[in-house]
Design a binder for this molecule. Sequence first.
Ligand SMILES: NC(=O)c1ccc[n+]([C@@H]2O[C@H](COP(=O)([O-])OP(=O)(O)OC[C@H]3O[C@@H](n4cnc5c(N)ncnc54)[C@H](O)[C@@H]3O)[C@@H](O)[C@H]2O)c1
Length: 377
Amino acid sequence: MTGPAPIRMIQVGAGGMGQVWLELLTQTADVELVGLVDLDLDLAKRALAAVGKASVPVATSVSELQSSNVGADAVINVTIPAAHHSVTTEALFQGLHVLSEKPVAPTVSSALSLAAASEVSGRLLMTSQSRRYYATLRNFRELIVGLGTLGMASTEFSLAPRFGGFRDEMAHPLLVDMAIHPFDAARYALGANPVSVLCESSNPPWSWYAGDAVATAIFEFEGGIRYVYNGSWCSDGFQTSWNGSWRVTGEKGTAVWDGESSPSWESGEAAVDDPATPMERADDHEATSGETIAGALEEFIDAIRTGRTPSGEVHSNIISLAMVEAAVLSAESGTRVRIDDVLESSYKTALEVEKSEEVRARLESWGSASRGLHQGH
Ligand SMILES: NC(=O)c1ccc[n+]([C@@H]2O[C@H](COP(=O)([O-])OP(=O)(O)OC[C@H]3O[C@@H](n4cnc5c(N)ncnc54)[C@H](O)[C@@H]3O)[C@@H](O)[C@H]2O)c1
């Protein structure tokens, strides 16, 4: 018996992360790579040659490839964030499902436009929020369910990467380019959504970033849970893992996770290694065999084949993006910012700037961002 046909995919973006995706796509039996798009065609050709796929066609846009009948089903968008909205919109209206690198768009308002475009086109748009797909994060989440009513949570993140390039020039490199991962993981681990945030950011004298590489954000989540993110991208010594170091306390005890190895749990009376009862949650994503981007790709393919809503589906993922935008707004204004206020003011902006009449009509039909995001899928 033969299995389902591979998903025919076009990759857009052949830069640093694009090369990582190319290796994955070309090694995944469920995928057939049918084209590579980049503004820099020489880079695209070199990237294909490096994975032994020099015969795969290249172009500077998805439409150009589709008009030469490559017959794609889906696109993976690995361009720079500023290009995400235009590349994804074009692909959706070419009738293609889209898996997008994070952030799905650079602003919440442009992400709302993408959610509406996904509805109008009837095609799936999912963000590859790759750090959701760690088996040990899934275990941590299961332990957290056993803690009963939750009270507080925290992530300590301390690293010193020297990237060069666009991150060194951003006003908020840590919050905008990195913190979306722990913020999204906090929603996943706590099984709750954020209400508001108070954030301060700074840049130590020795920092090699132009913008703020240090931030502390205190989120209030549904149920009154406080989640504190304390992060730095310019701290040498005693570094944490890339997922950071986590602690969650509930009425029955505390769970900790170092971001890599198996999490542990402890209560006042119980022995250190007495496990809380691991439990599945109704809103959990399917367990994937792959981690990070392989897990995201697996969930994307499963969603295309089964119609199941993946955990990174754009409507839900926008809440993680709104956490970033609210944190930046709070850091700049010195005030607590409500997530709903960010969503609704972004909704107004999206209506004002939308160029596509169909997409604007769809946004208008929502009535508000919160209604659109809850009803959208
Ligand atoms: N999940 C993760 O762990 C992770 C890690 C690194 C990067 N990323 C994300 O991946 C994305 C790409 O990052 P990168 O480091 O590879 O960037 P990069 O600058 O190295 O590469 C981006 C590529 O996109 C191309 N490009 C730009 N605009 C385009 C357009 N309109 N059409 C076609 N091609 C276009 C550029 O020519 C370039 O080759 C970003 O969204 C970034 O946040 C995610």
